[in-house]
Design a protein around this ligand. Structure first.
Ligand SMILES: NC(=O)CC(=O)C(=O)O
Length: 254
């Protein structure tokens, strides 16, 4: 891994898609001006986060929002991890992160694998699966600095995914996310620290900025967490592969 500057954009997302896109343009340019080579956007950066919004804001890829991401990555000569947008494909909706390289090329699409379905009586009920379909693929990409593993928000709760990315040689995990005012204070930082510590990898998250007037109030607190003590505490070489293994099943499409 070589040193580079990573920017995490905590965006104030509104119901005005065009305004969200123009803010992204401005903020990525600003991050590039400060020397950033990889920029991470939040989950659902072009739309309010909520099941009632996904179909209205959904786009095909390529489409308006990802075209903007491609242009911005190229203009600023950086890797852009495009948070996520509601994606429409063949009549289904996905929560999808598109990653672009410095020539504006689409490197990968990661569709959220674990949908956010929770029901905490009296506090919060959220069922992404009412409108979204899950992705079925792991997603990694290479930069000149390190290999990166991609998950979206709820994906961060699943330790196995991070372990598989570790086995695939990733040194940085990125999670665009939008935890809320209940799960945020309880788990947001803890999960990042857990994934970083278990795997001795860097972990970065980007959230929409908190908007108390939104129907879903994001916790915010975008973070970069470091656990870079591989040499001193060499757990990767001390693993008992003779006793246990984390393996991926055959990946489907999506
Ligand atoms: N929004 C999510 O996908 C996940 C979340 O908010 C949580 O796990 O808490």
């Amino acid at each position: 891994m070589t040193a580079f500057r990573l920017a995490v954009v905590q965006l104030q997302v509104s119901s005005d898609k065009a305004n969200n896109l123009s803010k992204v343009r401005r903020l990525v340019k600003e991050a590039a001006g400060q020397g950033s080579k990889v920029v991470l956007l939040p989950e659902c950066f072009n739309s309010p986060y909520g099941t009632s919004f996904f179909s209205k804001y959904a786009e095909k890829i390529p489409g308006e929002s990802t075209q903007m991401l491609s242009e911005v990555a190229k203009e600023n000569k950086l890797h852009l991890v495009g948070g996520s947008i509601p994606e429409e494909d063949s009549g289904k909706l996905y929560n999808t992160c598109a990653v672009f390289g410095p020539e504006g090329e689409l490197i990968l699409k990661h569709r959220k694998i674990h949908l956010f379905d929770i029901d905490v009586p009296g506090k919060i009920r959220f069922q992404e699966s009412e409108t979204l379909s899950p992705g079925n693929s792991l997603s990694t990409f290479d930069t000149p600095f390190c290999r990166v593993g991609v998950g979206i928000c709820y994906d961060m709760r699943f330790a196995e995914l991070a372990q598989l990315y570790n086995r695939k040689g990733c040194q940085l995990l990125v999670y665009p996310g939008a935890f809320n005012m209940m799960t945020g204070p309880a788990h947001w930082e803890l999960l990042q620290r857990a994934r970083a510590l278990d795997n001795q990898m860097y972990v970065a998250t980007a959230s929409p900025a908190r908007d108390e007037a939104a129907s879903y109030v994001a916790w915010g607190h975008s973070t970069v967490y470091l656990a870079d003590i591989r040499q001193q505490i060499p757990i990767s070489s001390q693993r008992r592969d003779d006793l246990y293994a984390v393996t991926a099943m055959q990946q489907g499409s999506g």
